[in-house]
Design a protein around this ligand. Structure first.
Ligand SMILES: [Zn+2]
Length: 247
């Protein structure tokens, strides 16, 4: 399989919430913050994107309609968006991640994230009907959230993990048209769009709720976190949410 590595000589670096293009090589000094080099290095994150499926139909479409340069920018923008959503202004607040990578691969499914590496399916890109650039952007916001969100030391409900990722996608403005409407679904922890809509309701009760919930999920997980933040247990909140929308 032909591998089309990123050849650009620049890397995207992020310091706090400010993304800049730097011509430095990956391990060189970070000149924009020369008066604060240690902190800049501590807070710097490198983003990279590679199209490893450029010989496939989907990989060709990715290169034409999305592109590695654009998607690398999305990795950076989505990281900043996560830090804002999670109220993590300082690098010390965030998960300690030095690099986020995207590889477009000739795989099935949509995408997955493992060890700070996002893997996007070229087949999905190739088969998608509609605005594939917007869809890929939304998928990347979801996957990048998995890099930065806390998972309760592995104890958190999987539906909640996916719900937080889609919540970030929703707040970024990339909810696709096929998602459930607010109030739909059978359980609060069904995951994805259903849980994202519910989290949006919870956040409307107390702005910053999702940030507080994520912060609690750094060290472990309990459904009681909902009650600790909002004063009602999660089942009661789900009932109130359903009632609000006539369910
Ligand atoms: Zn996910």
């Amino acid at each position: 399989m032909a591998v089309d590595l990123v050849e650009d000589d620049f890397r995207l670096r992020v310091h706090d919430s400010q993304a800049v293009l730097s011509s430095d090589v990956a391990d060189g000094p970070i000149t924009p913050w020369a008066d604060n080099t240690v902190a800049a290095r501590a807070g710097a994150v490198t983003f990279s994107a590679t199209n490893a499926a450029s010989s496939t139909v989907g990989g060709k479409r990715f290169g034409r309609d999305v592109g590695v340069a654009y998607s690398r920018r999305v990795l950076s923008d989505a990281a900043s968006f996560c830090w804002n959503t999670f109220n993590q202004p300082s690098p010390a607040d965030r998960k300690p991640v030095d690099a986020v990578t995207l590889v477009v691969e000739d795989i099935g499914g949509v995408a997955f994230t493992s060890a700070n590496g996002v893997h996007l399916s070229a087949q999905y890109v190739g088969n998608y009907s509609g605005d594939v650039k917007t869809e890929a952007t939304g998928v990347l916001y979801h996957e990048v959230t998995h890099v930065w969100q806390w998972d309760g030391q592995g104890q958190a409900n999987g539906g909640l993990i996916e719900g937080v990722a889609d919540y970030v996608r929703l707040k970024a403005g990339y909810a696709p048209g096929h998602w459930v409407k607010p109030g739909q679904g059978d359980r609060w922890d069904q995951g994805y769009d259903i849980t994202a809509r519910f989290l949006d309701y919870c956040d409307s009760l107390k702005p910053g709720f999702v940030a507080l919930l994520n912060a609690k999920m750094k060290d472990g997980y309990s459904d009681d976190f909902f009650a600790q933040i909002l004063g009602k247990n999660v089942q009661r909140l789900w009932q109130d949410y359903k009632a609000k929308y006539g369910g």
